[in-house]
Design a protein around this ligand. Structure first.
Ligand code: MYA
Length: 577
């Protein structure tokens, strides 16, 4: 969650502070939970082998009812429902591992299960009162009710606060009257339970009327809830995506979720959780397609050699593996932070979502490339995984919005240690004096001397690369702020570079921490592959960080913007050779 009272590793990093106690040692699942998880994974794998035909699901644009019904019976609808309400109450780590598995087996199915529990009923788990939980969670957990998350509207996609759906409170009759429509709702055609975000008029503490977002638990049987036709999509064809209309729906006041007017934060915190499941699902899909491609490249011969013997193919296999390893390290470090309950993980979950969906997209494409013409054929799964994976960079927050969020929240929040200058950063120009104090502090070297704890000697180069560039992230963010003042909020090309640098740094520390723990556990020799991956990844990552940070000051941004404005005005490519 984003909670300003809790420390955030990445927000602190933007401030030049290394909260290494949050990322060392690498989190590990309790033995008992690991055993339960293994059983659950085996059950799902066996079920999937016998019952899930992804080609058919894609072809028929439908997950067979029998499949969903069996998954309900097996308990897969209640993974994050606490045990006292009939669910498995999985930790974030175990939950994400399950979604990795689902995403690999069938992305349409993963999205159906994810829209139900990652976001559909997650707000109820996080913010519901006892009566609400008792009433709905057992039914949601058993799958008697399917859930959907209703935020996006025709006029409010990335700008989630711009929603128009309205709830009018009628105290006399004890209800809210809900009107509005939501678009692209996953599970929209099959859900009977909806977490709906709507605006209501609230009188603030100064006695002024204000429109604020509240969250509501709405069920189809309240009447006035209808679904539009199924959307015809590029991928995820087996999942249901529709508009959902609310027409004079009488929602009992007791179905208000959390406090009046606090719905935006609820919506965001649900997404902070959901993004981790999507990240897990994305790498799960890549792992499965990589396995498929490896089967082909180790058999198929050209020029009397198997494809796997060619250096350009080796490079692809190694790069996909390194990217998977680094992203997996970020994801499970973050899920460990979630499970600790003590940390603000909003930035990290956004970074995991962006990185995982992008390495997955690139990796799926490279898998198709490795198998050549065969990958373009409908009877092979490559095209389907690519079609299914494309949306991941768009929904649950576009990767552009999440980069903006990462950079702006990073430079606005000053971490625990530098909290006192927070106001100055919200108003960088007015707060210049405070920034000057801060500069003095910087010169004194109190911040720039930060080091992470000792790690195994085989990781010492990676450690220095991380420390050096972590410090530079802080200096670059500071310079970007000083040069641009308040206008930094419009300097998206700079935000993108800062966000990408911060993401690479987080990935580096995640890999270092994971491999360091592994060496402690199994010894240097047995961890040779992981040490090699850590070395290569950190070497690749610091070069990207350097490039991104150098370009904070020296870039072609003005020229790029000017050209874009010209082309948009022309409405076409206007240059002929
Ligand atoms: S669901 C729809 C997804 N939609 C979005 O993600 C919307 C994206 N937009 C936003 O996130 C916000 O509007 C942004 C803020 C970030 C642009 N955590 O002034 P502000 C706080 C905590 O910046 P805005 C879907 O796609 C912020 O600190 N707090 O607001 C389903 C501030 O607080 P304060 C946050 O400029 C797909 C306040 O809010 C966060 O309006 C189905 C206002 O902030 C945050 N993150 O815009 C998927 N952000 O006032 C199924 C902001 O106290 C998935 N705040 O300073 C299933 C998975 C399955 C597996 C898969 C397999 C392949």
């Amino acid at each position: 969650m984003s909670d300003k009272t809790k420390p955030s590793f990445s927000k602190a990093l933007f401030s030049g502070v290394l909260l290494d106690e949050l990322v060392f040692p690498y989190p590990e699942m309790e033995a008992e939970e690991a055993e339960d998880l293994k059983m659950m994974q085996d059950t799902f794998k066996k079920f999937a082998e016998d019952n899930i035909d992804s080609e058919k699901i894609d072809e028929n644009s439908k997950i067979p009812d029998e499949v969903l019904n069996s998954l309900k019976e097996l308990g897969f609808m209640g993974l994050s429902v606490p045990e006292e309400y009939g669910g498995f109450g999985l930790s974030a780590t175990a939950y994400t591992k399950m979604f990795e598995l689902f995403g690999g087996v069938d992305p349409s199915l993963a999205i159906t299960l994810g829209a139900h529990q990652s976001i559909g009923y997650k707000a109820l788990v996080l913010y519901g009162n006892e009566a609400q939980k008792k009433k709905y969670l057992p039914k949601l957990s058993s799958g008697e009710m399917l859930a959907a998350y209703c935020l996006t509207e025709p006029g409010a996609g990335s700008d989630a606060a711009g929603i128009q759906t309205r709830a009018i409170r009628d105290d006399k009759n004890g209800v809210y009257i809900l009107n509005g429509s939501k678009i692209w709702i996953t599970n929209g055609g099959i859900a009977d339970f909806f977490t709906v975000f709507a605006k209501e008029e609230i009188i603030d503490k100064n006695g002024e009327k204000k429109d604020k977002i509240s969250a509501f638990l709405v069920t189809r049987d309240m009447g006035g809830v209808t679904s539009g036709k199924e959307e015809n999509k590029l991928g995820l064809k087996g999942s249901s995506t529709t508009e959902v209309f609310f027409e004079d729906v009488k929602v009992p006041i007791e179905n208000l979720l959390g406090e009046r007017g606090k719905g935006f934060k609820i919506a965001m915190n649900v997404l902070n959780n959901g993004r981790l499941g999507l990240a897990g699902g994305s790498i799960g899909a890549l792992k499965v397609l990589l396995k498929e491609a490896l089967g082909h490249i180790s058999q198929r011969k050209q020029f009397k050699k198997t494809l796997s013997e060619f250096e350009m193919i080796k490079e692809k296999v190694a790069q996909i593996t390194i990217d998977l390893f680094a992203t997996e390290s970020m994801i499970y470090l973050t899920s460990g932070l979630v499970d600790s309950g003590e940390v603000d993980y909003s930035l990290e979950s956004a970074m995991c979502k962006v990185r995982a969906t992008e390495i997955s997209w690139i990796g799926l494409n490279e898998c198709l490339q490795m198998v050549g013409g065969l990958g373009f054929m409908k009877e092979y799964p490559y095209q389907r995984y690519l079609r299914d994976g494309r949306i991941n960079m768009i929904f649950e927050g576009t990767n552009e919005i999440l980069r903006m969020f990462t950079a702006l929240a990073g430079i606005q929040e000053r971490g625990q240690v530098l909290r006192k200058i927070g106001t100055a950063l919200k108003e960088p120009i007015k707060g210049y004096g405070v920034l000057t104090d801060y500069a003095a502090e910087w010169i004194k070297g109190r911040i720039s001397t930060e080091r992470i704890q000792d790690v195994h000697k085989s990781l010492s180069t990676a450690k220095v690369q991380f420390e050096t560039w972590a410090k530079n992230l802080h200096f670059s963010a500071e310079r970007a702020l000083m040069h641009n003042g308040k206008k930094i909020i419009y300097r998206e090309m700079i935000q993108k570079r800062l966000a990408d640098a911060a993401t690479d740094l987080y990935a580096m520390i995640a890999v270092i921490s994971r491999v360091d723990s592994l060496i402690t556990k199994k010894g240097e020799e047995k961890a040779a592959n992981e040490i090699n991956m850590c070395t290569i990844f950190c070497d690749q990552a610091w070069r990207r960080v350097r490039r991104n940070l150098l370009m904070v000051d020296s870039n072609n941004d003005k020229g790029m913007s000017k050209l874009s404005d010209f082309i948009v005005e022309e409405k076409k490519y206007p240059f002929e050779a």
